[in-house]
Design a protein around this ligand. Structure first.
Ligand code: 5GP
Ligand code: MG
Ligand code: MG
Length: 181
């Protein structure tokens, strides 16, 4: 195991099983329709890549990149678009794909932003949820796992740009992020 990791929270097999189930549910719900999956860069890319390959409906792909100002292991609530969608989502069945919902501020901002373009439908798929930290109410239509309030990395999730390549979802050792804040 990587020396900066305290423990594995969700192992790769468990993740794969859950992603397969999510893909089956989403495919059934969208049967007969075409989907536009919008990945939130960069944290969602590993999850999205796995999810895409278990979807059986036609899927288009786009990405949006956002950043919150300030400290990197917590959010400040101020969201800024770093890269917007290539094309408008007007009239499309949109599935917004997020890595993790924490306070909910990022997701709230993103859904408001997408609703302004009047999609035919908008649903949210998130790999992880930390419900104990919510500051604004948000709806997650398809959720992978609800997790306790611990800072996790791996399977796409980073700390200071690192650890995205770890195949499991892991709890980072406290001293790694406390040393930098
Ligand atoms: P929110 O706006 O819901 O507070 O923050 C969501 C964003 O905060 C996520 O997309 C992610 O970038 C970051 N975040 C929140 N909790 C964690 C965590 O446990 N690990 C990592 N790597 N990022 C997190
Ligand atoms: Mg995210
Ligand atoms: Mg991050």
């Amino acid at each position: 195991m990587h020396p900066d990791i305290e423990r594995v929270l969700l192992g790769r097999e468990e993740i794969q099983e859950r992603v397969k189930m999510l893909g089956e549910t989403i495919s059934a719900d969208y049967r007969g329709k075409e989907l536009l999956a919008v990945g939130v860069l960069k944290g969602s890319v590993v999850f999205l890549a796995d999810l895409l390959r278990v979807l059986t409906v036609p899927v288009e792909l786009d990405f949006i990149a956002v950043s919150s100002y300030g400290a990197s292991s917590t959010t400040t609530g101020v969201v800024r678009i770093l890269k917007d969608l290539d094309r408008s989502v007007t009239g499309k069945e949109v599935l917004l794909v997020e890595d993790i919902v924490d306070t909910g501020l990022t997701l709230k901002y993103l859904t408001d932003h997408l609703y302004q373009q009047e999609p035919a439908g908008l649903k949210v798929c998130a790999l992880l949820d930390k419900p104990s930290r919510r500051r604004v109410p948000v709806t997650i239509d398809y959720l992978g796992f609800s997790i306790p309030d611990e800072f996790v990395v791996g399977y796409g999730l980073d700390y200071a740009g690192r650890y995205r390549n770890l195949p499991d979802i892991c709890v980072l050792r406290r001293e790694i992020y406390e040393a930098r804040e």
